[in-house]
Ligand binder design. Structure first.
Ligand SMILES: [Zn+2]
Length: 487
């Protein structure tokens, strides 16, 4: 049934970007623009209509795989069942073993919650004049469609050329739950075959209002690292009389509440690392006057900077190991029974180089209660941030600046984890960025009701990805030509 839905759209992107070299979507004749965008919109809508909550990716995955096949990409399956449905779709067969520019995306979505709370049903893929609606519209199906459209344009452009890089669309399962069958499985069993030179994964779009000096300017953050999850379960068990009419001296709820209070009442210390200090310095170079000077010397002005950082939890998260109490439960639900056990879940996020052991020892001390049992549910390994001193970082930044001349690009890292880190922990440079401008209000709907994506950014993002790959190809080919000529 599915025809090559994306191809006409991609051809147009290709024509546009090669002829102008600058791909301003506004300059397109309106009909072409409409046609191109319509195709991406249609496929995205259909993709959303295949629900794919983590662990149930297969149907959506098969749809996506077919789409890639029909767009002329070479498919390599890397797991074929729910929770483990992953595939690579590449412009050249993987067995050629070319260094590979990998675009990583995930098929799974988080559950939509109560569908009645949504304006349009979460799996309707509703298309309005300006938006595509539904769970996954941005995270990560919309972003995936931008990648796929970009890669397909590249495939067509270089169809008959000898290319220095392969380019792969790598779609994986259960990123949201970080299960073993997704990116971890792919890296464990197919890393050599994939031969990644760089991984481009999901990351922040442009942010506005970051700079005091230029509040109207967009900052495109390219994330080179993320914090590590350390998920903990605390259990307090106290055997006691069960009737609520008599208050025991010690009981599990009270023990737990008291310990949690000890743990959470004090602020987490600010930690300056090479990475976060570097980010402040970069911002400092973009600011002027005192603000700029202070930011350029973060360690010197620590006393001034930290209280400011604390006021913005999303920023302070990059300067601290965080502890968030996300669940408190005693399986009770009745008012006149004293339960014997109480459990709490703590979502802790550690800076890339923080020691888990030291963190856990400190946490244990702060609880001030040795009878509380502490279990680590999930722990991500320490990982090195990717260096920004690669040709890929340079060309990604240059591509963004060329397409959005009034913006800035900054190296950043993010508090939430993604699959990019799994590649990073194998020493592969991984950069997380979605090179589009989007109003901040849209981001509030990610993992929330009424997720949607503006239609206008779909073509914008795919053209930016394509331009980046084209830069990589051209630079490598120019290098080869120079080498040949000098012999
Ligand atoms: Zn995501």
């Amino acid at each position: 049934m599915l025809k090559s839905i994306l191809s006409p759209a991609l051809l147009l992107i290709l024509l546009l970007t090669t002829s102008s070299g600058h791909a301003q979507t506004d300059s397109l004749p309106s009909l072409m623009h409409r046609e191109r965008t319509t195709s991406i919109v249609r496929v995205l809508s259909e993709y959303i209509q295949h629900p794919s909550e983590s662990g149930n990716e297969r149907r959506a995955g098969e749809f996506l795989r077919e789409l890639c096949r029909e767009n002329g990409l070479h498919i390599t399956q890397m797991g074929d069942e729910n929770g483990n449905f992953n595939f690579a779709a590449s412009i050249r067969p993987l067995h050629l073993n070319l260094p590979n520019i990998i675009f990583l995306n995930h098929i799974d979505v988080v559950p939509p919650g109560d569908p009645a709370a949504w304006t349009h049903h979460p799996y309707s893929g509703q298309v309005t004049d300006t938006e595509v609606w539904g769970r996954g519209a941005f995270d990560n199906k919309g972003a995936g469609m931008m990648q796929l459209a970009g890669i397909s344009a590249i495939r067509e452009q270089y169809e008959h050329a000898e290319v220095p890089y392969n380019v792969t669309f790598l779609a994986v399962s259960c990123e949201e739950t970080q299960c073993e069958g997704g990116a971890r499985y792919v890296v464990r069993h197919h890393l050599t075959e994939l031969n990644p030179a760089v991984v481009i994964g999901e990351g922040p779009p442009a942010l506005r209002g970051v700079l005091q000096r230029y509040p109207e300017r967009d900052i495109f953050g390219i994330s080179v690292a993320h914090k590590r999850a350390l998920w903990i379960k605390l259990e307090s068990t106290v055997h006691t009389s069960g009737h609520g009419s008599i208050t025991p001296i010690k009981y599990s709820n009270k023990e737990m509440v008291r310990s949690l209070h000890q743990l959470l009442r004090r602020k987490q210390p600010a930690i300056f690392t090479d990475l976060n200090v570097d980010i402040l310095r970069q911002l400092g170079t973009l600011e002027q006057g005192i603000t700029g000077f202070v930011l350029r010397h973060p360690r010197l002005f620590r006393g001034l900077i930290v209280p400011k950082l604390r006021k913005q939890p999303e920023i302070f998260a990059l300067f601290s190991n965080t502890i968030t109490l996300t669940d408190l439960d005693n399986h009770n639900g009745v008012v006149n029974v004293v339960p014997t056990s109480t459990a709490a879940l703590l979502d802790c996020r550690l800076l890339p180089h923080a020691s888990s052991e030291k963190f856990l020892a400190r946490l244990r001390r702060k609880l001030r209660n040795d009878s509380i049992k502490l279990t680590v549910i999930k722990e991500m390994p320490e990982m090195d941030p990717s260096t920004e001193h690669t040709v890929f970082y340079r060309l990604l930044a240059a591509t963004i600046l060329e397409r959005y001349p009034d913006s800035h690009v900054s190296k950043i890292f993010v508090p939430n984890f993604s699959d990019d880190g799994i590649f990073r922990s194998h020493g592969i440079p991984a950069y997380s960025s979605i090179p589009v401008k989007i109003d901040r209000s849209y981001l509030e709907h990610l993992h929330n009701v009424d997720e949607r994506i503006p239609i206008s950014i779909l073509a914008e993002g795919s053209a930016a990805y394509a331009a980046f790959v084209r830069e990589c190809m051209e630079e490598a080919m120019a290098g080869e030509t120079r080498t040949v000529a000098s012999h």
